[in-house]
Ligand binder design. Structure first.
Ligand SMILES: Nc1ncnc2c1ncn2[C@H]1C[C@H](O)[C@@H](COP(=O)(O)OP(=O)(O)OP(=O)(O)O)O1
Ligand SMILES: [Mg+2]
Length: 137
């Protein structure tokens, strides 16, 4: 069975430049991803994406404008099990502060090429490019 997760690719616009939010795991391999996590029983992916964003970055639904029509699902293997992660694109309305939970040790706002570099997975890179295109279309 596929383990389902979901999250939000949060971006802000600073001086006309788009920056994506990445969080670094506080456990090996200390990987960087947007806020996301497992879908709980009774939840759908949309609800999980919003809940995890609140838990992991302390950003509320009200601080965000979610592009409901811009989403992508990644499939990969995590701890030997197939996993899916559905991401929606979301604008952080104001340059509010991020607060981390114990699951992450750092965060960073990254322009496209930097986001691709630190996220470090091919499918994640494609996702960033697709979402960036959506914003510049
Ligand atoms: N896009 C990806 N493609 C391939 N492997 C990935 C990708 N993202 C993360 N991984 C790797 C890093 C870890 O070794 C492992 C699990 O990471 P991840 O899916 O981020 O789950 P997680 O258990 O750290 O957090 P979460 O509870 O938020 O889903 O998979
Ligand atoms: Mg998580």
């Amino acid at each position: 069975m596929v383990v389902k997760a979901a999250g939000l690719v949060i971006y802000r616009k600073l001086a006309g430049k788009i920056e994506f939010l990445l969080l670094q795991a506080s456990y090996p391999p200390y990987h960087w991803t947007p806020p996301k996590g497992h879908v709980d029983p009774g939840e759908d992916e949309w609800q999980a994406a919003i809940r995890e964003t609140k838990e992991e970055a302390n950003l509320n639904r009200e601080q965000l404008t979610i592009h409901e029509d811009c989403h992508e699902t990644l499939y990969y293997e995590a701890e030997g099990k197939p996993k899916s992660v559905k991401y929606w694109l979301a604008l952080l309305n104001n340059p509010d502060d991020v607060t981390l939970s114990h699951e992450h040790q750092n965060w960073k706002w990254c322009e496209l090429e930097d986001a691709i570099k630190i996220a470090d997975y091919a499918e994640m890179a494609q996702l960033f490019r697709k979402f960036y295109k959506y914003l510049n279309a």
